[in-house]
Ligand binder design. Sequence first.
Ligand SMILES: *Cc1c(COP(=O)(O)O)cnc(C)c1O
Length: 237
Amino acid sequence: MIDSSLQRRLSENWARVQEEIRDAALQAGRTPEDVVTIGVSKYVDAEVTAGLVAAGCEQLAESRPQQLWKKADSLALGDQVRWHLIGHLQRNKIRRLLTHQVVIQSVDSQRLLSAISDEASSAGQTVDVLLEVNISGDEAKTGLDVTEVRELIAEIADCPPEGVRVRGLMAMAGWGTDPAAAREQFAQTRMLRDQLTAQWDLALPELSMGMSGDFPAAIAEGATMVRIGSRLFEGIL
Ligand SMILES: *Cc1c(COP(=O)(O)O)cnc(C)c1O
């Protein structure tokens, strides 16, 4: 257990961020419930993560598969939380990862998607995934470039892989992007999704975009999931 002052701080941070997310949704003329907050717990240990859940967070994300399954095992919160993987996944870690209910947001290659499909279908599971798009074109950023996303969606539309449901796109603004440029990149992500949906008659409802520094812009451009880390741990890290 964490001490009560730490818990209070986590609860205050959570409430404040929730309020800002709500305000951003209302300002964009959207329903606040349509924006899900994913708490990025990669900065903290399992105990503090449990404190975040106690504060009200029901969706958690980790960048590293090993961290995700270690925390998920030690917290043993079952259906109380949904886990999301938001960092690179090596194919040899898929099987172990799939022992937890997990949304894989960081699908960055056709090879990875097929491997997830193989593992999931042999385990009799259906896994929700997002395609990670490198919308900024930043060399240092991970993810598929826009052309690769188009190619991959065309393939999926033609021949849907077993055991996976591609639910949408995940994107990050480029390093050092100012708020206006970040918003432009989020708009491009949404337009890409809209084009793909229209072209292939596919449902791609999820747009995972927006982090501590830029979530209001992402919500204004249609984010359905925001991934918030540092803001939740202010005064703690
Ligand atoms: C770390 C991380 C986040 C959270 O970033 P903050 O700026 O701390 O909110 C979101 N998305 C991804 C992919 C990350 O790696």
